[in-house]
Design a protein around this ligand. Sequence first.
Ligand code: SOE
Length: 391
Amino acid sequence: MRTINVGLIGAGFMGKAHSLAYAAMPMFFWPAPAVPHRKIICDVTEEAAAEGAQRYGFDESTADWKRVVEHPDVEVVDIATPNNMHAEIAQAAAAAGKHIICEKPLARTAEEARTMYEAVRDAGVVNMVAFNYRRTPAVALAKRYIDEGAIGELISFRGTYLQDWSADPESPLSWRFQREIAGSGALGDIGTHVVDLARYLVGEISGVNAMLKTWVPERPLSAGGADQLGTGRSAGDAPRGPVDVDDELITMLRFSNGAIGSLEATRNGHGRNNFLTFELHGTEGSIVFNYERRDELQVCFASDGNDRKGFRTVYTGAPHPYGEALWPIPALGIGYGETKIVECHDLFQAITTQQAVSPDFGDGYQIARISDAIVESSETESWISVPPLDA
Ligand code: SOE
């Protein structure tokens, strides 16, 4: 069985999730398409990188991302950095002929995403954007039902991604609140996950009409800029800096196939944790998903007859997507880690079979165009059309 060396850039939250997936993927998917080998890890200082190597099981460490990209033994470059680093690293990795997985959102703007899309296309390397939630078994099951026609023609989609980790105005000004680094706020960080699910399940988005809001205009500066995702709190007298991204967005969606929809995202919704949901209506039924109950898919089929029609709960397990590789009994529990393990499997399968994998940089670029359109719509208070990628 082939071993494929990985170079990981970024030893934070996502570095941890991806490292877990590299270690565990062959334990779930056996025979594995290839065995990932954790070759080199990079972080902002030599100390942080060395700690990452020890903790996440990498052979080597560095504080220079170029060493990862230029490493002769590395076949896959994994970009798990803040968003402002994605484009430069991806372009260098593509030029070096490496396959690439990049955390979401692909880039800060559509223009930046375009350069990345063109770089991987021209280099002919396998490329993937880590919108992992479509690899939750219940989400993939929804897709299977839709493709089978079980709920008929899709007519509407309601998607939300609600969190509360930034509701506290004393939670520090991490990079996620700075446009120069993040590109946007709740929109790029979590709204794009919903856009990915909407495109995966319903089809291409052709227009948006949106409102963006920033509720907390300044936050305490954080020493070192470390991202604590709301777990840290500054004393009231700390110096403050401006937040120049959105905290919350609502948009209507128009799909190319005639369906309509909505998307809401906030990181300021007290009591919501990872409330990533969708409700889909079709001419023959409905499907409801909530990531906070991710082993379950709620379905209602019109064909059930009026005296028994209603939502039923399907617990995902062996008969469902990825089920044979994961756990043998439904409701044993799918977690964030499993979505990353499945993502890792699909990436390595694409590399070994030389096939494309979704969502790729083309999807990431189109999602960035939709995000830019959402911002423009909010600024101009009007509908903004989004042309298809190949137009
Ligand atoms: C913070 O909102 C965050 O870590 C996102 O960046 C991730 O994409 C999401 O999966 C969990 O929340």
